[in-house]
Design a protein around this ligand. Sequence first.
Ligand code: NAD
Length: 454
Amino acid sequence: MTGSATAASLLESIRTRRVRAGVIGLGYVGLPLAVEFARAGYVTTGIDLDAAKVKAINDGRSYIDDVASEEVAGLRAAARLSASTDFDVLSELDTINICVPTPLRKTKDPDLSFIVAATEEIATRLRPGMLVILESTTYPGTTNELVLPILERGGLRGGKDFFLAFSPERIDPANPTFGTHNVPKVVGGLTEDCTALAGALYEAAIATVVPVSSPRVAEMVKLLENTFRAVNIGLVNELALMCDRLGIDVWEVVRAAATKPFGFMPFYPGPGLGGHCIPVDPFYLSWKARQSGFEARFIELAGAVNGAMPHYVVSLVTDALNGVRLPLNGARVLVAGVAYKRDVDDIRESPALDLLALLHKGGAELSYSDPHVPTLDGRLWPNGIDLEHVDLSSAGAEMYDCIVIVTDHSRFDYDVLQRAGKVVVDTRNAIKAPGPNVVRLGAPRTIVKEPAFA
Ligand SMILES: NC(=O)c1ccc[n+]([C@@H]2O[C@H](COP(=O)([O-])OP(=O)(O)OC[C@H]3O[C@@H](n4cnc5c(N)ncnc54)[C@H](O)[C@@H]3O)[C@@H](O)[C@H]2O)c1
């Protein structure tokens, strides 16, 4: 710390839990963070535009699988956690974490409108001594070039009158081992004071804090992590396509390679990327690089390979149906799992949506089964139709022409799934003892072909 009186007094208030903490955006990232701050002893206020989320919290209910309702109810009862749709509560807060969405526009350009809107709400209520931390994933430079100028519009100076930092969120929904409290938190402030103050706030709630020299570095750390995943998934997806041609089982190859105790980390192929992060964040980086005339070739290549995987899955479906002399047009196809990953209810950017659109275009009669997603709004996919979850375990479940396993939820009964389809396309290697009616992505085809003329 440089020893400025404002910074020293804020540090003291953070350490003694006297600051009032706030979180803007109470989604998958913001709610768990608000709960950790409240658990750590801070009186915490969450702000969201979504009145239903605000009501749920104030009623002591959680709407995020990783946060228990009992926890929210307990923190409500202890008067440590509350929520509001009214931004005027910001003027009573000392620290504010911004956890709003950062999607891509249709053109694959970053959409920072949510960050801008949240920052403008803070700017009109900014007081000397406030600490603002941006957590939304974004391109390097956002904190300095976009957030800081908005906050300084009223004349207060960042790093002197108020404090500003970037700290990426690294949450992994449905991960039973790592949650908000025990994933190390990277923190890069505008100044040393900003880093120290943000670090002190997180230290109260999160096991490890990793300070870095600037917001730009912290922003880039997150994009490196997610680009690393996108590129490696792209590599293994390409390997799966290669293995399909060569008649080699990619799953067996990855499993054996993963026995190397150093220098290798397993990634698994699949039907395409999903979720709010991996298919989106690398394009924030390539967009920013392009502004400086730099072409991020790995990112674009991985994007092309991963983006083509749903088309490959459709080719597996048509080949499998062909094996039993059925055309895709008119075939009854059930997609098993529409959430973007195992055991979550999040369907944002899910490859299942692309797959449904392609199968629908090919004339398939579609159904889906996903115990985490009771209904699927047709507006989520091009020319979509509204669908409802089909429970395959219920007695009398009908026989489908093809089952496509897109998400390997642990609640699925894979024996039932295998029996429910004349053919089954398994894109996740989820069926442990596949019968002759199963085609696995990236593995030799085993479907027994019915003769064309019996
Ligand atoms: N979900 C993840 O696994 C994950 C992991 C790491 C990082 N992130 C990043 O964290 C950020 C938030 O993601 P998320 O998954 O929590 O999103 P989310 O959609 O679950 O939640 C965002 C919340 O912000 C609210 N909101 C939007 N604009 C607002 C505004 N102006 N004022 C107040 N509230 C507003 C929305 O109503 C919503 O409740 C994104 O940048 C994302 O990339 C997400």
